[in-house]
Design a protein around this ligand. Structure first.
Ligand SMILES: [Ca+2]
Ligand SMILES: [Ca+2]
Length: 422
């Protein structure tokens, strides 16, 4: 079965926003709430706000491309869940809560026990105090408390500004906190860093969100998207090309980026500029023991190759690509039409040897199968969609109609239904 072609995102206005949310149902059928060891979770989504025409960012030959991503206070969403039952912060100083019920908790900002931002939610007044300067005193922050806004799932507090001082750089973040009862809080970083730049002669938008720990790597999100301008219509069209995957187990920033036949290692870090903290990304041509990898498949829109169960190569363009020797598999892929690889990761792997060549099959054409198993009077039907390398896909979220089935005894239809995830 071929996927639908030509899925593109068009800007109807200057405020069009594209949301790529990688929230995947767990094997039990319900959403998984993945937690990091420190309790910081990582369900994430990245998000593109309005995109302006890219600047001319051509890089002189023989110079490593370098991009500076500037801060934006909103337009992003990198979320984590904090269990409110596992940790209650003991503040040295608090407002007078009287006999109000108060939920106290900690937003992890690293893996150490002291790396957190404490908060207290006064449920009676429905206001939130956040210890943004991390001194365990909830009475010395200006412009507090925060008032809540009702959301679909709970009480939400928006626009919480915190700053992290990291090696002399003052890194700003903006957070939303949404309480789901008194046991779970979703923390969403809505700020991020962004630039427009050319990679391999093609204009891209590069966006990055840090998960509050002040360093760039695991748990963060990188989104690289290509967009094209239709000169005939003077219209703007965005085509999402690649994004890093976001899940608790495997999130992070790939080590390499492959574009137009050149594979670069991604060097990244916070820098201080006259406009405040920024992120600098430098692309160095990958060196060392490389081999050739052919990407074989159709309709690939986004692809991240995995190595050692981590995101390794963000694939943008060019085929074959040259990559450091090793075994590569599909870390995540999105096909035109919105089919995305499902978890757990599946599909074939390719062994790239030094100066050797290998092929990785991924993408279309897709194949759909239904397996039937029987237990007593119960028939279990499993619907599965696989790609060229056997990798398993889940149905596009935009396609709301799940596959349907009908069971016949002879010529008589005895049962019909719809498949559900899980
Ligand atoms: Ca304080
Ligand atoms: Ca980080």
């Amino acid at each position: 079965m071929n996927t639908a072609l030509g899925r593109r995102y068009r800007y109807p206005s200057a405020t069009f926003r594209l949301l790529t949310k990688r929230f995947r149902p767990g094997c039990s059928g319900g959403p998984r709430l993945p937690f990091l060891p420190a309790g910081l979770l990582l369900l994430s989504c990245l998000f593109i706000s309005f995109v302006a025409v890219p600047d001319d960012a051509a890089v002189p030959a023989n110079e490593a491309p370098q991009f500076t991503l500037t801060y934006r206070p909103d337009g992003f969403a990198l979320s984590s869940y904090v269990s409110l039952e596992s940790r209650e912060v003991d503040f040295k100083q608090e407002p007078d809560f009287g006999d109000h019920p108060v939920v106290r908790g900690a937003i992890p900002t690293g893996t150490g026990p002291a790396e957190f931002i404490g908060f207290a939610w006064d449920q009676a007044d429905d206001v939130l105090y956040v210890d943004t300067n991390q001194n365990l005193d909830l009475t010395d922050e200006a412009d507090q408390p925060y008032d809540s806004t009702r959301s679909l799932v709970g009480n939400k507090f928006r626009g919480i500004r915190v700053t992290r001082d990291q090696e002399g750089i003052s890194i700003p973040y903006v957070l939303d906190l949404e309480f789901m009862g008194t046991w779970l809080c979703e923390v969403t970083v809505t700020s991020g860093w962004r630039t427009e730049a050319e990679i391999g002669g093609i204009p891209y938008v590069i966006e990055l969100v840090d998960n509050l720990d002040g360093s760039l790597g695991e748990g963060d999100s990188l989104h690289v998207s290509r967009w094209e301008i239709s000169s005939a219509e003077k219209d703007r069209t965005l085509q999402a090309v690649a994004s890093s995957p976001f899940s608790a187990d495997i999130g992070g920033i790939p080590e390499f980026i492959a574009a137009e036949g050149v594979t670069h290692s991604i060097q990244k870090g916070f820098v201080q500029t006259s406009d405040g903290a920024a992120i600098q990304i430098t692309l160095h041509p990958a060196d060392g023991s490389l081999g050739e990898l052919s990407i074989q498949g159709e309709h690939i829109q986004e692809l991240v190759l995995g190595k050692n169960n981590r995101p390794s190569v963000l694939y943008l363009s060019g085929n074959p690509i040259r990559v450091p020797a090793g075994t590569y598999s599909v870390h995540s892929a999105t096909l035109e039409g919105g089919w995305t690889t499902d978890l757990p990761q599946s599909g074939q792997a390719a062994l790239v040897q030094v100066e050797g060549s290998a092929t990785l099959r991924v993408g279309g054409p897709l194949k759909q199968d239904v397996s039937v198993s029987r237990s007593g009077n119960t028939l279990t039907l499993e619907y599965i969609v696989t790609g060229a390398g056997g990798e398993v896909y889940r149905q596009p979220e935009a396609t709301l109609d799940p596959p349907q089935f009908a069971v016949y005894r002879g010529e008589t239809c005895v049962a019909t239904g719809q498949f559900e995830y899980g």
